[in-house]
Design a protein around this ligand. Structure first.
Ligand code: IVH
Length: 668
């Protein structure tokens, strides 16, 4: 081939590759296989290498980036990169319309678009060639990231056709799909690198990488949504964007022209739900007045255009600054790290604190002092930290080190094998543990000592109680000696304490706080062993023969009784008259009328609460289950049985028994 032929072949190859890039990356359809594409690219690269005089920075071969470390030049935007006015309320949209109607007296239309959550970019094209790509920067000046941008295959380096303006700027959002992030993260995981927390930061971080070869390996994409220049083809934003698609740009398809605000709101409501099915993140909808002349008439403020507004969806993830980490000591001595955050709005509430769970979690997140962190609200009420924006980290900030000693009593922390938490072993000397145990003892499902939960702190701080049994030896004078306690509250407290002496044994057993003995296990144990004295004298093997008691619970029971302090407390409780065995009447009353029956409760009842009915079922040998299955013996039904339960019993032909019939059944 002579030079002319080589030049022609190179041009032909470039044209072909540009065409296939457009097909694949913009229109999401491909006419050739990956193999054929790679063959063409290889041929082009070889020819270019052998004939450097035909080098062109806009050749499709240049999409692979360069290893040469680059420095980004700060350059001025030709038009400032403004931000958008934000709102979360539909009412604001009506105000937006009202303001606009004051200036534009003729009819106008809106174009609604999705608000892509990535990194904004401004691209300049001269005679159809991409000449510059600037990041947003401070809005006036941005970083020139052209070499990185050229690696993004959906961005045309050379435009198609001939009908584009000679010089224009087009703006859009660099983003990465959820799939793309997954792919990058699995690669990073494989080589032990810190994973990225979300697509937005991955996109923004990638743009600033100094080595464009690495950028080319990131699955970045770009939607364009705004074009500026002197000779735009039409006066409609919507139409111009449609034309820009023909020039080779990836213009989003989820766009709607709306004549009324009602249609705009429909679009918003649709995407508020549907956004979860998109392969990329959006954080709202952008509403633009379509006509460019109207846009000009409305003008801009210092920060944002008056002709557009963004309706933002309530965020389920936000980023904020970590201020400090506190360590809370629970009633079992378990230490929970809690992050104090710079207050931030998240899904309608202000978040100031978030749980960090345990030291493993801190290590996994790799969190440093003063880090910018991502906070998420899942199903739980307490928000959690799901990641760190390492790109914003101070280079000299230190990693958060989990404490080694209890923040309350100074005891060295211990970690039990197989458990995620660190513990303070100073059970009897560490104030929050003692208070926590007493609070648990008085709680509703245990001794149900009304009003005491809030009082425990005061009683403990005044030295009036040191353990739960001390409650039964309090005098009125002692209570009255505390601030803010008057005759009435003291009497009520004492009355409630006195009444708790009738609380059945199984709830006392739950209340004394043997580790791993929850409500249900306490019931099982009470039913099986009948008294604390019998339980105390039972060995590990005997304990393990009981249904539902495994090694862990059995060992915990043994450990509890080994501790003299616990024996002393039990002694004091016994002397005060607290139920440490099941009542004679309970033993006598108990028959096996419901033996082997599995009963589901649903609805509301007149004579007994659901908890009482549960107790009755168990007392008479039955089992209470929460959902209906083929083993269900019958449904104990009150008023307003749940519809799904009702359907299920009908389907399975299971009998429904009323409260009265049930009571007859066990007492007859
Ligand atoms: S139009 C002059 N349209 O939102 C207004 N912006 O808070 C030009 N964004 O900086 C922006 N999706 O990064 C426009 N469909 C969309 C958008 C969009 C996302 C971003 C953009 C902008 C920010 C404004």
């Amino acid at each position: 081939m002579d030079k002319e032929q080589i030049k022609n072949r190179i041009n032909k190859l470039r044209e072909k590759l540009n065409h296939h890039n457009y097909q694949y990356y913009v229109l999401a359809q491909s006419e050739i296989s990956d193999f054929e594409y790679d063959q063409l690219l290889k041929e082009l690269i070889d020819l270019e290498n052998q004939n450097p005089e035909f080098f062109d920075t806009n050749s499709p071969s240049q999409r692979v980036g360069s290893d040469a470390n680059q420095e980004f030049m700060k350059e001025s935007h030709s038009f400032p990169m403004l931000s958008l006015d934000n709102t979360y309320s539909k009412e604001d949209l009506y105000n937006f319309e009202k303001r606009n109607k004051k200036i534009i007296t003729e009819d106008f239309e809106y174009t609604c678009e999705l608000k892509y959550d990535g990194a904004s970019i401004s691209l300049t094209y001269e005679s159809g060639i991409l000449v510059r790509a600037l990041t947003r920067g401070d809005g006036e000046k941005g970083d020139n990231v052209t070499s990185n941008i050229k690696t993004i295959k959906s961005i045309p380096l050379k435009l198609r056709g001939i009908n584009y303006p000679k010089l224009f700027e087009i703006r859009g959002e660099i983003f990465i799909t959820h799939e793309g992030l997954k792919k990058i993260n699995s690669e990073r995981r494989a080589v032990g690198e810190q994973e990225f927390a979300n697509p937005r930061n991955t996109a923004a971080g990638s743009l600033k990488l100094l080595n464009s070869t690495i950028v080319s390996s990131r699955p970045l994409d770009c939607f364009l949504y705004y074009i500026m220049g002197d000779n735009l083809p039409t006066n409609s934003h919507f139409e111009n964007m449609k034309l820009a698609r023909e020039w080779g740009f990836k213009i989003p398809e989820h766009v709607k022209k709306c004549k009324t605000l009602e249609q705009v709101i429909q679009f918003i409501e649709y995407w508020e739900v549907e956004r979860k099915n998109l392969p990329y993140d959006i954080d709202g909808v952008v509403i633009k007045i379509d006509n460019l002349k109207h846009q000009k008439d409305l003008g801009i403020t210092a920060k944002s255009p008056k002709w557009a507004t963004a309706f933002k969806f309530k965020a389920s993830q936000v980023s904020t600054k970590l201020l400090s980490v506190d360590y809370q000591v629970g009633r079992t001595g378990a230490i929970t790290p809690v992050a104090n955050l710079e207050p931030v709005q998240l899904a309608g509430t202000t978040v100031k604190r978030a749980s960090l769970h345990n030291s493993d979690q801190i290590e996994l997140l790799g969190i440093h002092e003063n880090d910018t962190v991502f906070v998420e609200k899942g199903g739980e009420i307490i928000p959690k930290i799901v990641g760190v924006n390492t790109t914003l980290r101070d280079s000299n900030s230190k990693a958060i080190q989990f404490i080694t000693h209890c923040p309350e009593c100074g005891t060295k922390l211990e970690r039990v094998e197989g458990e995620a938490k660190q513990y303070c072993s100073n059970i009897y000397g560490c104030p929050p543990q003692i208070k926590g145990r007493i609070e648990h003892f008085v709680s509703r499902k245990a001794m149900n000592i009304g009003g005491a939960e809030a009082t425990i702190e005061a009683l403990f701080d005044n030295g009036l109680i040191k353990d739960c049994a001390d409650l039964y030896y309090l005098t009125k004078d002692q209570i009255l000696s505390m601030d803010r306690f008057a005759e009435k509250s003291a009497t009520n407290l004492l009355k409630s304490i006195d009444e708790s002496k009738n609380v059945p044994f199984h709830r006392v057993l739950f209340g004394i706080g043997i580790r791993f003995v929850g409500e249900t296990t306490a019931k099982t144990i009470a039913k099986h062993f009948h008294s604390i004295d019998i339980l105390k004298n039972t060995n590990l093997e005997q304990l393990k023969t009981v249904d539902e008691i495994g090694e862990r619970i059995a060992q915990s029971i043994i450990d509890f009784f080994k501790d003299d302090k616990n024996i002393q407390i039990l002694e004091k409780l016994k002397n005060a008259g607290v139920q440490l065995q099941i009542k004679e009447s309970d033993i006598r009353l108990t028959n096996n009328k419901l033996d082997g029956k599995i009963i589901v409760i649903s609805g509301t009842f007149e004579k007994h609460s659901r908890d009482e009915l549960k107790e009755l079922i168990e007392k008479y040998g039955g089992k209470n289950a929460s959902s209906i299955s083929s083993n269900t013996s019958f449904l104990l039904g009150g008023a307003n049985i749940g519809p799904s339960k009702l359907d299920e019993v009908k389907r399975r032909n299971i009998q429904i028994i009323s409260e009265d019939d049930f009571l007859k059944m066990i007492t007859d």
